[in-house]
Write a protein of this length. Structure first.
Length: 154
């Protein structure tokens, strides 16, 4: 079994924010693969399904980004899983929009959701970083990350 975590912030007002791209990935997986509707569990929304022979638990923490690690830890403890069984999908400011990089372990690069997960389970989990691009100046970062995707980007 694996846990795939999509990072984001709960609530309709955040739904199209670049920071919620992890939630968007799990929503797409659920739709494309015909997974059942989510249930509330582990301080988040959970969907269980299969991709091929692999059993998956898709988890969208409902704890807001900076407390995501609590939900991940709760799901891991329930199924007695290790950090190696966890994959986290999240936004990456320093990657070009829609570019994807995958790796295991590493630092947090200042991402509050990743900081929280590292604090709760350690750093040895898979990361799928999804580029949202940098707005060009440090003063514009917060508005960019917490801003909606444009119609053209969607």
């Amino acid at each position: 079994m694996q846990i795939w975590v999509g990072l984001g912030n709960p609530g309709a007002e955040y739904a199209l924010h670049r920071h919620n791209v992890g939630y968007m990935v799990l929503d797409a997986l659920e739709e494309v693969h015909g997974f059942p509707p989510p249930k509330q569990k582990f301080q988040g929304w959970v969907v269980e399904g299969r991709l091929g022979s692999e059993k998956l638990l898709l988890l969208k923490p409902a704890t807001f980004m900076n407390e995501s690690g609590r939900a991940v830890r709760a799901a891991m403890d329930f199924d007695k899983l290790a950090p190696e069984d966890v994959t986290v999908f999240y936004d990456e400011l320093d990657l070009e929009p829609f570019k994807i990089k995958v790796k295991r372990g590493g630092g947090t690069a200042g991402h509050n959701g990743i900081k929280s997960i590292v604090a709760h389970i350690g750093a040895d989990f898979r990361r799928v970083r999804i580029g949202i691009g940098h707005p060009g100046h440090k003063s514009r970062v917060q508005g960019h990350v917490l801003g909606n995707y444009t119609k053209a980007e969607i």
